[in-house]
Design a protein around this ligand. Structure first.
Ligand code: DGY
Length: 312
């Protein structure tokens, strides 16, 4: 049986796959062109993929023998799920294993923006820290005791809430389907946005959440409030966010963007009050290994017509 792998994978994963299947691996860091992908998919029963490779109706239409799509990501906004399901293709992703790493990074961004860590690092490296300790140098804001609003209270949102309790934060939360989480006050979106010192996004990108943090909703946020995004860039109206950052009204810690990689001419790169990371929420050795293990287990199960360990 044949498998297509749409991105360069670690050697160990490749060895495992080669023992079981006839594999074709896209070895370049430049994303596989859609026409090449379509021709590969026409010949395989399984595909191992990730979020840099869009799998829309166009490329899936000719994938007549495809039994399983396994993505090395928890997010699945790069896949036309409805179409794949209509085609009877099993879908697997990697929930659970990246919860802690992503929650750690979200809290790290809250601290980095609030305590101006990137500015401090740049100052020291530039040799511009010339006159020692000064009472007014790089004054920031405390995470301790602040009010943090979490949008999306799935496993990652809950893991962030757990960490914030240690900082003595007042945690507000909004979730599409209301739920009870100890120590967390659930509110409507507008109340959350207008009361939080920090708003952190933990919802999937879907048709319902695209652009959800709109210009109007950004306008509800308090002056100097901070937006943290470790979810997906498309959830936010980035044009409106850029304007709010440019005037200094809001601050932000961003790990994800509507367009990735962030274009070289992106205005984000020149804005004050924000820390920019290159989509590394799940990027730890342990988590990445766990993601590959789960994705491979999903792939193998699908190839054998068995239930996937983490099916969508
Ligand atoms: C995911 O898994 O969806 C993250 O964005 C990358 O690990």
């Amino acid at each position: 049986m044949k498998v297509a792998v749409t991105f360069p994978i670690p050697e160990a994963a490749k060895v495992l796959l080669d023992e079981m299947f006839e594999c074709r691996v896209w070895e370049s860091d430049v994303p596989i062109p859609q026409d090449t992908l379509a021709s590969w998919l026409a010949e395989v029963q399984g595909v191992l993929t990730t979020l840099t490779c869009p799998l829309g109706e166009e490329v899936l239409t000719g994938a007549q023998n495809l039994k399983v799509i396994s993505t090395v990501s928890v997010g699945v906004d790069h896949i036309d799920i409805d179409f794949a399901k209509r085609q009877g293709i099993a879908l697997g992703h990697t929930p659970g294993v990246l919860t802690d790493s992503t929650a750690d990074l979200a809290v790290g961004l809250m601290l980095a923006v609030g305590r101006r860590m990137a500015e401090g690092d740049a100052l020291v490296r530039a040799g511009a820290w010339s006159d020692g300790w000064k009472p007014n140098l790089l004054l920031g804001t405390d995470l301790s005791g602040s009010t943090v609003g979490l949008i999306g209270m799935g496993p990652i949102g809950q893991a962030v809430a757990k960490r914030l309790k240690g900082f003595g934060c007042h945690v507000l939360a909004w979730n599409r389907t209301p739920r009870e989480v100890a120590g967390v006050e659930f509110t409507d979106l507008e109340t959350l946005l207008s009361n939080a010192d920090i708003v952190s996004l933990h919802t999937a990108l879907t048709d319902d959440t695209r652009g959800m943090i709109s210009r109007e909703r950004l306008g509800l946020m308090k002056d100097q409030a901070m937006l943290i995004n470790t979810a997906r860039g498309g959830i936010v109206d980035e044009v409106a966010l850029v304007e709010a950052l440019a005037t200094g009204r809001l601050r932000a810690g961003l790990d994800v963007y509507a367009e990735e990689p962030l274009p070289l001419d992106s205005v984000f790169r020149s804005l004050p009050g924000c820390v920019l990371l290159p989509h590394v929420g799940s990027a730890t050795e342990r988590t990445r290994r766990a993601m590959f293990e789960l994705a491979l287990a999903n792939l193998v199960a699908g190839m054998q017509d068995e239930p996937l360990p983490a099916a969508l």
